[in-house]
Design a protein around this ligand. Structure first.
Ligand SMILES: *Cc1c(COP(=O)(O)O)cnc(C)c1O
Length: 242
């Protein structure tokens, strides 16, 4: 490694470490303000489009939960890292194609985007074949946006109940990505009430722009990318929302 590369790496590490510390402090403050314990909110560092250097820097700063939205990219980035650091916990947070179910089950510790019966079939089949059971969250399309993944709100109760029957305790909670320009508050409140109806304890909601609000509404997992790693390149891979 050249001196210049080494300097660049140590700067990346420093920046990401500082960003993480800042985000953790904000999570703690938001939890305390909501009368909750900071330990009850898990920070998932969303490393999509970021290189392995960035992930290593976050790991060096003690970050263990990571989120990726594409299975192939996650496999390329995390297969080696996970073998070296078994305590690393990988969350898949993007819309999942059924033909990627097998790889997803092999790789992920948490799949946050269960959103349709055909995917449930594919995941159940993959779990049987792989002998591995990642935890699952049902994603709800709270804004009813055509381009986004997630089960439609009107079908959510039925789909969640069916998924609980099928996956039992592996189904741990719900996830949502509210529309970019909406006030997220009613969406977070709706998701929390829906999880409570089904006795589900995990709520993955809140991103860089709105995680404090999500924590006030009961988020147990916040998925944060840009506030930790800086902005992503523009374009479909960096757009952040599917
Ligand atoms: C990209 C992404 C995030 C992180 O978004 P930031 O605004 O960068 O914090 C969270 N959740 C999902 C599903 C994403 O795709």
């Amino acid at each position: 490694m050249s001196d210049e590369d080494a300097l660049h790496l140590s700067l990346v590490e420093k920046t990401i470490g500082e960003n993480l510390a800042r985000v953790r402090a904000r999570i703690r403050a938001a939890a305390l303000a909501a009368g909750r314990r900071a330990e009850d909110v898990t920070l998932v560092a969303v490393s999509k489009t970021q290189g392995e250097d960035a992930v290593r820097a976050a790991l060096a700063a003690g970050q263990l939960h990571f989120g990726e939205n594409r299975v192939q990219e996650a496999a390329e980035k995390f297969a080696t890292l996970k073998a070296a650091r078994p305590e690393l916990c990988l969350h898949l947070i993007g819309g999942l194609q059924t033909n990627k179910a097998r790889l997803a089950v092999r790789l992920a510790d948490v799949i946050e985007s269960l959103d349709r019966p055909r995917l449930a079939d594919a995941l159940a089949d993959a779990m049987a074949r792989e002998g591995r059971t990642p935890r699952l969250l049902v994603e709800v399309n709270v804004g009813g946006e055509a381009q986004k993944s997630g089960v439609p709100q009107a079908e959510a109760d039925h789909f969640i109940a069916a998924s609980q029957e099928r996956f039992g305790a592996a189904l741990v909670g719900l996830m949502c990505v509210p529309p970019v320009n909406d006030d997220p508050t009613p969406h977070f409140a709706w998701l929390a009430a829906c999880a409570a109806r089904h006795g589900l304890s995990k709520l993955s909601m809140g991103m860089s722009a709105d995680f404090e609000t999500a924590i006030a509404y009961g988020a147990t997992h916040v998925r944060i990318g840009t506030a930790i790693f800086g902005s992503r390149p523009l374009g479909p891979r960096g757009a952040g929302r599917q």
